[in-house]
Design a protein around this ligand. Structure first.
Ligand code: DGL
Length: 270
């Protein structure tokens, strides 16, 4: 048993998709969340920059004595794949748990993968799916406008701007007949309802944040480091820009007011 917090990070709001699920599956766990809102987006940056940011983000969480780190970020998981080796605590990214879930879900063996440009260029999801089953057709598409839309609060399922962008990006995947789509960036589940209403309810959307949280819970159990408190866990949020924009969308998405638990830090110090 270990009552230290779980550390979760992302470039901004996306990792909250993992936090929401962690709070469901492990309500007694304490969570420290870092959203690098001063440097978002990660997905249009070079691999070296993404690796440097990931190292600083994990250093910040380790200084806060976390017992596990979750890179709730498709971009970091795809590009900084060696991160695990350098960490003194258990770690997971989002790619493996998400690929397992998608390979299980598809019936017609056609999986669409959407993510940031860095993630799609790395082919991380495609290559892992093919290592399970080389016959699955994987259709990849980067969606660089989705992260700015989410970070700017364009998350309503009926927002015409958001819908138009989704239609444009998802066209090729739908024409290819995919029955399953991996939301390979953790920001995308925040607009999952809008995506679903464009592609149709029959297409299964795999939420990378959710699958990763479920997998992280398994790692905590296996390592015997679950929190044994009977109290509801606390959640602290840290960001690298002013908290306002983050607080608004985070409160809507998590269904609770987080405005008094968001603190700004200088991530360049880590
Ligand atoms: N939410 C992140 C991801 O899963 C990062 C998006 C970005 O900053 O570009 O890829």
């Amino acid at each position: 048993m270990n009552n230290a917090p779980i550390g979760v990070f992302d470039s901004g709001l996306g990792g909250l998709t993992a936090v929401r699920e962690l709070k469901n599956v492990l309500p007694n766990e304490n969570i420290i969340y870092f959203g690098d809102t001063g440097r978002v987006p990660y997905g249009t940056r070079s691999n070296d920059t993404i690796k440097k940011y990931a190292a600083q983000d994990t250093n910040f969480l380790l200084r806060n004595n976390v017992k596990m780190i979750i890179a709730a970020c498709g971009t970091v998981s795809s590009v900084a794949y060696n991160l695990k080796q350098d960490l003194p605590v258990p770690y997971t990214g989002v790619v493996s748990p998400t690929c397992f879930a998608a390979a299980k879900a598809t019936k017609n063996k056609k999986i669409g993968v959407i993510g940031t440009s860095a993630t799609i260029n790395s082919h991380s999801y495609r290559d892992l799916i093919h290592s399970f089953d080389s016959e699955v057709e994987v259709i990849e598409q980067d969606c660089p406008l989705f992260v700015p839309l989410v970070e700017s609060g364009f998350i309503d399922k009926d927002d015409p701007v958001t819908r138009l962008v989704i239609e444009r990006y998802l066209d090729g995947i739908m024409k290819a007949g995919a029955d399953t789509i991996i939301l390979g960036c953790t920001h995308y589940p925040i607009i999952a309802e809008a995506i679903s209403s464009v592609v149709g309810k029959s297409v299964k959307l795999i939420d990378s944040g959710r699958e990763t949280a479920i997998y992280a819970a398994k790692i905590l159990k296996e390592n015997n480091i679950l929190n044994n408190s009977q109290e509801k866990g606390a959640c602290e949020f840290y960001v690298s820009d002013t908290p306002e924009g983050f607080e608004n969308v985070a409160s809507v998405f998590l269904g609770e007011n987080v405005s008094h638990s968001v603190t700004q830090i200088d991530i360049e110090k880590y």
